[in-house]
Design a protein around this ligand. Sequence first.
Ligand code: PLP
Length: 433
Amino acid sequence: MASNIEKSRKDFQQAQKLLPGGVNSPVRAFKGVGGTPRFFDHAKGAYVTDVDGNRYIDYVGSWGPMILGHAHDAVIKGIKETADKGVSFGAPCELEIDLAELVIDMVPSIEVVRFVSSGSEATMSALRLARGFTHRDKIVKFEGGYHGHADGLLVKAGSGAATFGVPDSAGVPADYAKLTLTAPFNDIDAVKKLFAENKDEIACIIVEPIPGNTGVMDLYSTGFLQALRDICDEEGSLLIFDEVMCGFRVAPGGAQERFNIMPDLTCLGKIIGGGLPVGAYGGREDIMRQISPDGPVYQAGTLSGNPLAMRAGIETLSRLRDPAVYEILEAKSAHLFEGLLAGCKDAGVSACGNRFGSMFTIFFTQADSCNSYADVCNSDLPFFGKFFNAMLNEGIYLAPSQFEAAFVSMAHTDDDIYETIAAASRVLARLTT
Ligand SMILES: *Cc1c(COP(=O)(O)O)cnc(C)c1O
């Protein structure tokens, strides 16, 4: 039981004086669920330990990267070895070649890759490239879809007919947001309408092939992803898969391998850096050669290809080439997901969920399925907040938002999973009486 959180409380008060909201990334502040964010001291395997010494079974995994578990021995050893040789050169190093070879080998549609330092940088740069390549300015994204914090991507549709976007954040110029067109997920007619109304103006569609930032949704069995591929082919637009979350998560080659649908460009992040700051974008060679210094599309980074980050990525990805990894993750994740859904049913709590490999979300909703942003928004968010905080007290660390995925790592044991299901059953029983 994680009861004493005095140090986290004090740290949070101090941090709020110094950092907006006390955090450096908003969801960490627990605003969606209430309560005090835990300050972590250390992590190993499937567990994170806070500054008060409470240990949690962790299903956030730094929001995805820790697929091998926290502080994996080989990853840490690699980082230390590399650090001893200097942490940054601002000049080429061989580790960049090694990681590029791994990425190109593993991700089916990537022929050439450029490393950056975050997922946001990857998506932002991929959009510029798509615009530079097609000589078109408009882009299509989906309502509720998150692709990092670049200006043109912080746009969602207003209610009513999805046409021109309105900015979703202060500070995004309306004139710029207008170039971002939005449609609902799984609504191919809305996408066709955008293309009809903006003939020869749309550079690309950007989509998470397995949306995780809305909570996990299914765009595949509905035929939506294939339809997007077809539209892009017909219209001369590029299809960008934002696989920052699902890349290396649902298969060695990500969602594109799992579904056998190939994008023109792929954005990567999270797992690719094994917990260090790495992002990447890559794809068809003729497109990628448009990037500076080969071509006219400028993009650069002082710390891009940083040796420490490259090494952490190499140690992580090389261990994901073993197909057994994904079989193990599948089995553990299915066990947990089915166990949690059964727990909801036993407690009389309406819920549904989506799972692809080791990423899943359970939505507290009356609906039978959740495959649009509107569905997700209809979930019982106050109930989620109570469930989240009660699980935290039981020593289970879930993402502090209904609109997020849970991640299972190679380090989670069967006992961890049994313990999690048992904790959920206790919590659900308490919350419904
Ligand atoms: C996390 C995420 C991003 C942003 O990556 P950062 O490294 O946080 O900038 C972009 N797209 C998707 C799908 C993500 O999950």
